[in-house]
Design a protein. Structure first.
Length: 133
């Protein structure tokens, strides 16, 4: 393998990691927008998703806790809202967990990637609604 390919791989990995960290920051900020009494999880705990393999399980907990936190906050502020990204978040979590299945994993990964982007957009939207007060 020529040396320049290693630099492309390293660059792609770093770009991917940076994008994922932006996603985690979005989740953290969404939890920070929730009052401490309504939070079901501390915002910084989303960064545990950076731990390989552990993140396959932790992702389910994050989706559930974010949904519960947003639901409680929206109810306390009498704001309209439903779902709070739960369906898309669970679909993403399941598809990413199934990524390891040979052959089918490619399809699961692509579908999981699409669900991840949609979930990210949904959570950012809920955070924006909470910021408007």
């Amino acid at each position: 393998m020529p040396t320049y390919n290693i630099w492309y791989i390293l660059g792609d990995t770093l770009v991917g990691l940076a994008v994922y960290i932006f996603y985690l920051v979005t989740l953290m900020r969404a939890l920070q927008a929730v009052s401490p009494g309504a939070r079901r999880m501390e915002p910084g705990l989303v960064f545990l998703l950076l731990i390989p393999f552990f993140n396959l399980i932790w992702n389910f907990f994050v989706v559930i806790k974010i949904r519960d936190s947003l639901k409680a906050e929206f109810a306390s502020r009498n704001l309209p809202g439903s779902g709070f990204g739960f369906g898309m978040g669970m679909a993403m979590s399941i598809l990413v967990a199934l990524l390891w299945i040979p052959v089918w994993g490619l399809f699961m990964g692509l579908a999981g990637f699409v669900c991840w982007i949609i979930y990210w957009i949904e959570i950012a939207g809920y955070r924006k609604k909470l910021g408007q007060r």
